[in-house]
Design a protein. Structure first.
Lengths: 114, 112
């Protein structure tokens, strides 16, 4: 595909449930980023990958959040024991390399925890 | 104190007006500055990027960086209704990592 894609576009879940959010980066992009955007706020950094490894996960709010990128392409953000405060739009971005390149964003997954 | 401060607006202007959007920041190590446009329920889309201080022009858009004041601006000339969106500033220092710091975004409406 031409751009970053994310699935699902919307996810509604109940408090305490487990969710997985998927990101397909632009083909050939080695760096991948996850952000969280709450209503009326700018994107907040969560984690980024260079290849298969997490280069910086300092933005993950707690150990309920985890992300993987096992083959250096598709990434999955996993949230355990969801809480109402996790409701937000989760954005994925990719760039050609890690340093100095433009980040291209996907449309986001809107997560609602009831 | 947030790393990046941006007036959330909303800002409403008539078509054809010049729009000025601004951000201030606290980290003097930031070197790379960007402006993104975000339409409702869409991901941010890169509009402009600049490295260090100075001006950069692209069509109707001009990005300005003043590192001495820790202040960046985006000017939109001859604004169009299609410019109605939220505008996010972002910045980073690639020497210490690749994390981008975003402002809260300014909501702009251009009235025909």
């Amino acid at each position: 595909g031409a751009g970053v894609s994310q699935t699902p576009s919307n996810k509604v879940t109940e408090k305490g449930k487990y969710v997985e959010l998927r990101c397909d980066p632009i083909s050939g992009h080695t760096a991948l980023y996850w952000y969280r955007q709450s209503l009326g706020q700018g994107p907040e950094f969560l984690i980024y990958f260079q290849g298969t490894g997490a280069a910086d996960d300092s933005g993950l709010p707690n150990d309920r959040f985890f992300a993987v990128r096992p083959e250096g392409s598709v990434s999955t953000l996993k949230i355990q024991r969801t809480e109402r405060g996790d409701s937000a739009v989760y954005l994925c971005a990719s760039s050609l390399t890690l340093a100095g390149d433009t980040q291209y964003f996907g449309p986001g997954t809107r997560l609602t925890v009831l | 104190q947030k790393e990046v401060e941006q007036d959330p607006g909303p800002l409403s202007v008539p078509e054809g007006a010049i729009v000025s959007l601004n951000c201030t920041y606290s980290n003097s190590a930031f070197q790379y500055f960007m402006w993104y446009r975000q339409y409702s329920r869409k991901g941010p889309e890169l509009l402009m990027y600049t490295y260090s201080s100075g001006n950069k022009e692209d069509g109707r858009f001009t990005a300005q960086v003043d590192k001495s004041s820790k202040y960046i601006s985006l000017f939109i000339r001859d604004s169009q209704p299609s410019d109605s969106a939220t505008y996010l500033c972002a910045m980073t220092n690639f020497n210490t990592g690749n994390q981008f710091y975003f402002g809260t975004g300014t909501s702009l409406t251009v009235i025909p």
